[in-house]
Design a protein around this ligand. Structure first.
Ligand SMILES: *Cc1c(COP(=O)(O)O)cnc(C)c1O
Length: 409
């Protein structure tokens, strides 16, 4: 009989969103007339920019013509027109010198953040923030880099770095030896950001300790403060220690279209057990092109249009809608006496539950008294207990109504 990869049996049941779904269904069954406003799931609500859909329509027409038809994307790393636009707009403008062949286009930052660990040794020690986007942890569990989970849901062998009020939601440097550090800024779920000086501390730490930083910048487009770095490569020495993940999902409403990219600099090196230094870029290129055959041409044309003058303007208008939602949430909740974080350079608001109520109890109160759904902080990790996430990805009308309902709580 074939055996299973038992690492998968260590995974905790996908608990958070199914449990939220169950509680919503329960509530609806008992209150069929309730008009529920969802500020829970991190998915966009505004349609694609016209510049993007126009580029995609044109690309479909090209595919219908024998002279302009395109087959496989060369090697699956992404078309040059898109990678060039990425390099010029996302990095050159910020003083970061990234080469075309350091950019790997993919169908999602979820897959990229999940797959990247595969090219690194199983004996590496992983460090993650707590609370955290669950993909980083679960994919390392699947690979066998951890033991089993305890009753708090923490896996043996992973270094959890609490991100709480006391450290401004920036983890303290780990005391134990770690090899791969996952950082996500602007952060999901806390909505907080990291300054250049604070991020430089991590880059220096990685350089001194031979560690690699896996930097998830999926929300960089929401940064408005000019002092906050959009890319880790804005920092000195980062190309030698960091991989960066970007996505068009939140930036340009591509959650249903699917396009993202990873940057793996050629200066980044790791070692063999015998101590020989190897280039990470060529290993990732080998992995990516073996298991992936590229993002559809139509999608890549749509993604490239994000960087056109029209595209940039239209995408900014959409981001402004979300960030106006965030500002309204912040203002309303602060006015009601809540302690809140995030929502300035990120589309998430992290609120402290009043009077130390547990995050699931706050969920139940909010849905029953205000018919508003959010996400309990404890669902993102033990250090998220006592917090609650609201997203700005919603229709402005709904946000306004939700805030009026909060006022009556
Ligand atoms: C939404 C999100 C992503 C993007 O995932 P895609 O697969 O590109 O849609 C990546 N990282 C974090 C933390 C996210 O919240």
């Amino acid at each position: 009989m074939a055996t299973i990869n038992e690492n998968f049996l260590k995974l905790q049941a996908g608990y958070l969103f199914p449990e939220i779904g169950r509680r919503i269904r329960d509530f609806k069954a008992k209150n069929p007339k309730a008009d529920i406003i969802s500020m829970g799931i991190g998915d966009v609500t505004q349609p694609l920019a016209p510049a993007v859909t126009e580029a995609m329509h044109n690309a479909v027409d090209e595919m219908a013509n024998i002279d302009t038809f395109r087959g496989y994307d060369d090697g699956g790393v992404g078309c040059d027109f898109l990678r060039q636009a990425i390099v010029d707009n996302d990095f050159k403008t910020r003083g970061a010198d990234i080469d075309l062949d350091e950019v790997f286009v993919s169908d999602g930052a979820k897959c990229d953040t999940g797959n990247m660990q595969e090219i690194f040794g199983l004996d590496n020690v992983i460090a993650v923030a707590d609370p955290v986007y669950p993909v980083y942890v679960d994919t390392n569990v699947m690979a066998g880099r951890t033991g089993t989970a305890n009753d708090q849901g923490k896996y043996k062998g992973i270094v959890y770095m609490p991100c709480i009020e006391e450290n401004n939601f920036i983890p303290n440097l780990p005391k134990e030896k770690v090899d791969m550090i996952y950082l996500c800024y602007p952060n999901n779920p806390t909505g907080t950001v990291i300054t250049k000086d604070q991020l430089q501390v991590w880059v220096d730490f990685a350089r001194e300790n031979g560690a690699i930083i896996l930097f998830d910048a999926a929300y960089e487009a929401f940064i408005s403060d000019p002092e906050i770095p959009h890319s880790i490569y804005e920092l000195d020495g980062a190309k030698e220690v960091a991989i960066e993940f970007r996505s068009f999902s939140k930036t340009a409403g591509f959650t249903g279209i699917r396009c993202a990219y990873s940057v793996v600099p050629k200066a980044l090196r790791a070692t063999t057990k015998a101590g020989d230094s190897v280039e990470v870029n060529s290993i990732w290129a080998r992995r990516h092109c073996t298991k992936f055959n590229g993002v559809s041409y139509v999608t890549q044309r749509g993604a490239a249009a994000v960087y056109s003058d029209e595209g940039k303007k239209q995408i900014q208008q959409t981001i402004d809608i979300y960030m106006a939602n965030a500002a309204l949430i912040r203002k309303s909740l602060a006015g009601l006496g809540y302690t809140i974080y995030g929502g300035v350079n990120a589309p998430y608001i992290w609120l402290k539950t009043p009077n130390g109520v547990s995050s699931w109890d706050f969920f139940d109160t909010l849905i029953s008294k205000a018919n508003v759904v959010g996400t309990p902080g404890a669902g993102f990790g033990a250090a998220g207990e006592g917090y609650f996430r609201l997203t700005a990805f919603a229709q402005p009308e709904n946000v306004k109504q939700a805030m009026e309902r909060f006022a009556k709580l």
